[in-house]
Ligand binder design. Structure first.
Ligand code: NAD
Length: 457
């Protein structure tokens, strides 16, 4: 790597895939200026035409799914099945928000002496900063509603994973979205991302990444009262009650945490199990963990690929000390690639970093609890609050615990992934604001209130 280019490495083979130029601070400023200049004509595009352009963009993504998926396998080590789903998610999110331009409806509010109406105005230039763990979907969750609302977008992929974002930029142009309306700027967070925070023409930063960097972004944005959406880390609980379908809970638990090799802000990395069924659950969990197919991410049958980089594997491995209480592990290939086997630990101190920190790798901690109150207390004993699962046959308990757990996205008797038509985001230090769902476009507009006198005064 130099200051001018970054070698993208295939995490399954450690081979260089491609060298990608890094955008400088001056080039970032020039791109932001072009995005600002493009704003008047983009917001003036008739709603139906803006919708049509977004649908064409979705169609271009759809026609390119296999290519995008193969790029993600090579760049990020995602399994080919997941990568196809991620590219399909960008298509679906574009289609979903393509319906928004014609539905950006204001209100007529009764007032004496005239008419009062509200408008949903675009914010201006929106800067989207994307992490490396889900390069395609997280980019789309930002740019699709932002464009639909009439904003122009500058997007910075993570340094490690720029390839699919660059391809999405090409597809947008092929679909007829003007070049300066949606620009992809690969580069460093401290350079390109920092300019999004500091440049006054950027009116909103959509940031997904670590809580640590998110806090700095929020502090930086405060200098200009810049709008910000933050999607940050998680330490999510999978709560298994004694009355649950234990076979199903144990069979699915590995996929609730080890999907994407655990590099998922929604990973259920703490399994809380009611004491009376703890032993039985562990007996069922062991073969399920050992059954996770870890290997070549390009193979159709693979369920888990490598970690993203050598540095990240070191960080994940550092959570395991020689005396760590490892209960059992799955398998991982030897040789080239940043492999790490699925690992189950049983820490007994609540202060153990395995229970308090986001590992962001395939390590899950299992902890017993006595009753419902303790389960909720343990689940909430974290600064994070992103997602979680509740396994029980009792509907009343499912609802009570769902209301009690301080997290933005909960699943009962499932580990459902993010759905683009439902709201997604975190409580506490997992974030600020919500993405996706029917209301996300509003987060890319300002409400303007206009009073028109009918009395001439
Ligand atoms: P990171 O915070 O290191 O980087 C995220 C992005 O921010 C990258 O593009 C990076 O280049 C950029 N960046 C870094 N420093 C910056 C700065 N000073 N100014 C502006 N931009 C800067 O995170 P990561 O390691 O890429 O991703 C992993 C983290 O993302 C995990 O904590 C994970 O939980 C979180 N995440 C959250 C969600 C969610 O929706 N809540 C989704 C995916 C990932």
């Amino acid at each position: 790597m130099t200051d001018l280019a970054f070698d993208v490495i295939n995490p399954a083979t450690e081979e260089v895939v491609r060298s990608v130029p890094l955008t400088s601070a001056e080039e970032t400023d020039a791109a932001i200026e072009r995005a600002r200049a493009a704003l008047p004509s983009w917001r003036a595009v008739a709603p139906g035409d803006r919708a049509r352009l977004l649908r064409r963009f979705a169609d271009a993504v759809d026609a390119d799914i296999e290519n995008l998926a193969r790029l993600e396998v090579a760049n990020s080590g995602h399994t080919i099945g997941n990568a196809r789903g991620e590219a399909g998610n960008v298509r679906d999110v574009l289609h979903y928000y393509a319906a928004a331009p014609e539905r950006l409806i204001g209100k007529q509010i009764p007032v004496p002496g005239g008419v009062n109406i509200t408008f949903a105005e675009p914010l201006g230039v929106v800067g989207v900063i994307v992490p490396w763990n889900f390069p395609m979907p997280i980019a789309g969750w930002g740019f699709a509603p932002a464009l639909a609302a009439g904003n122009t977008v500058v997007l910075k992929p993570a340094e490690l994973t720029p390839l699919t974002a660059l391809r999405l930029g090409e597809l947008a142009r092929e679909a007829g979205i003007p070049e300066d309306v949606f620009q992809v700027l690969p580069g460093k967070g401290s350079v390109v991302g920092q300019r999004f925070v500091d440049h006054p023409a950027v009116r909103k930063v959509v940031f997904t990444g670590s809580t640590e960097v998110g806090k700095r972004i929020m502090a930086g944005c405060s200098a200009q009262v810049k709008r910000v959406t933050l999607e940050l880390g998680g330490k999510n609980a999978n709560i298994v009650f004694a009355d649950a379908d234990l076979e199903q809970a144990a069979a699915t638990a590995p996929y609730g945490v080890f999907d994407n090799a655990g590099q998922d802000c929604c990973a259920r990395s703490r399994i809380l199990v009611q004491g009376s069924v703890y032993e039985r659950f562990m007996e069922l969990l062991e073969p399920a963990v050992q059954g996770v197919v870890v290997g070549d991410p390009g193979a159709e049958s693979t369920e888990m690929g490598p970690l993203i980089s050598a540095g990240h594997r070191e960080k994940v491995a550092s959570f395991l000390r020689p005396d760590s209480p490892v209960a059992f592990r799955g398998s991982a290939p030897d040789g080239a690639g940043f492999w790490f086997p699925p690992t189950v630990v049983t820490p007994d101190s609540p202060a153990d970093p395995l229970l308090t920190e986001e590992v962001f790798g395939p390590i899950v901690a299992v902890v017993p609890f006595a009753d419902e109150a303790e389960a909720v207390a343990l689940a909430n004993d974290t600064d994070y609050g992103l997602s979680g699962s509740i396994w029980t046959a009792d509907v009343g308990r499912a609802l009570r615990v769902s209301r009690g757990v301080e997290a933005g996205n909960l699943s009962v008797n499932s580990h459902s992934a993010v759905r683009y038509w439902t709201p997604f985001g975190g409580f506490k230090q997992s974030g600020l604001g919500r993405e996706l769902g029917p209301d996300a476009v509003e987060a890319f507009t300002e409400t303007k209130n206009v009073f028109i006198s009918t009395e001439g005064k």
